[in-house]
Design a binder for this molecule. Structure first.
Ligand SMILES: Nc1ncnc2c1ncn2[C@@H]1O[C@H](COP(=O)(O)OP(=O)(O)OP(=O)(O)O)[C@@H](O)[C@H]1O
Ligand SMILES: [Mg+2]
Length: 300
């Protein structure tokens, strides 16, 4: 059976047990209660049930606003459908709203677990850098084929898995769509919840929209892909990736551009990570539980 053929999502009992485990984990941060598969800048992916893993699960920030949660989950589903129509293979992903701590709900995105060796970074790490590499070419062609003013994808290598020779997108927790006027449709209230409250308004107004907008630019998406190879310590692949990108783009990108972008991007994510840890520390000082799972600090 192919990984993508039949996907049986978790049921309500399994999801309720998962959220109970998350609550225990949030109260006992030092105990290894969850089995981490990986993390990005925003989301943790963990294997559930931890004792006998069947699903990769990603928990979004909880919210008391059920309407906002339903709208966000519907947006993710619409996004996945739009990507598929645009020719992007997406790993089967189920969206669930589960009761969280009193008065709130939380979205879980669940997927089949992809073996580590099939994930983008492991694939390139296992091969000699080559501008003719089929996986590299397939990923970047897919990105160029989809990125447009209304729809976009996170191009970075860690968001792709090779399933039967086809790159599949695995990272759909941030749905990149814009309306007809070019405004991002993402409900950023959910995304900014882990930040200190005085920062949430300014982030939603001044930071989130421009960050989202850059995913809709094909050239920026290529630069982002190349820059991310620095973080992945895959420097040998930078030259080949620039060569492939420049076969696909009307105006060429350079290694220097990617390096400059990497420094700026690293600063942005480091700052946001720090801001969330401040929120976590102040919440705990008040004797409350910080309700968000934060990725560990990324080495840059
Ligand atoms: N289905 C899966 N099977 C195995 N590992 C996974 C799976 N989904 C995610 N991972 C691992 O977890 C990492 C983070 O997941 P993902 O890319 O969805 O989160 P993220 O980059 O923080 O997303 P976002 O920026 O949208 O919050 C992946 O790069 C990968 O290493
Ligand atoms: Mg990711």
């Amino acid at each position: 059976m192919l990984l993508t053929d039949a996907f049986a999502p978790p049921g309500p009992t399994e999801l309720a047990a998962l959220e109970r485990r998350v609550q225990r984990q949030l109260e006992k941060p030092d105990e290894p209660l969850l089995k981490l598969l990986g993390h990005g800048e925003v989301t943790l992916a963990f294997a559930w049930p931890a004792e006998a893993p069947r699903w990769a699960c990603k928990r979004l920030p909880p919210s008391p606003d059920r309407g906002a949660l339903r709208a966000y989950a519907a947006h993710v589903e619409r996004y996945i459908a739009a990507l598929r129509v645009a020719g992007v293979a997406v790993l089967p992903t189920s969206c669930h709203i589960v009761d969280s701590y009193p008065g709130t709900g939380v979205i879980f995105l669940c997927q089949p677990i992809v073996e580590a060796r099939r994930l983008g970074p492991a694939i390139l790490r296992s091969r000699a850098p080559d501008a003719e590499d089929p996986f590299l070419n397939a990923v970047l062609s897919t990105v160029i084929g989809v990125v447009s003013p209304r729809l976009a994808v996170d191009s970075q290598l860690s968001n792709w898995a090779d399933i039967d020779g086809v790159p599949h997108q695995i990272d759909v927790s941030t749905p990149f769509t814009c309306d007809a006027l070019g405004r991002p449709e993402l409900d950023s209230r959910i995304v900014v919840a882990p930040f200190p409250w005085p920062l949430r308004g300014p982030l939603r107004r001044w930071v989130v929209p421009p960050v989202l907008k850059r995913y809709h630019d094909p050239r920026q998406s290529m630069i982002d892909f190349v820059a991310n190879l620095i973080k992945e310590r895959l420097e040998g692949w930078i030259g080949p990736a620039v060569a492939v990108a420049n076969r696909l783009l009307p105006s060429p990108i350079s290694v220097a551009e990617a390096q400059a972008y990497y420094r700026e991007d690293a600063q942005l994510w480091e700052t946001t990570w720090r801001a969330k840890t401040i929120s976590r520390a102040t919440t705990r000082l008040m004797g409350k539980t910080y309700q968000f799972l934060l990725p560990p600090r990324t080495a840059r």
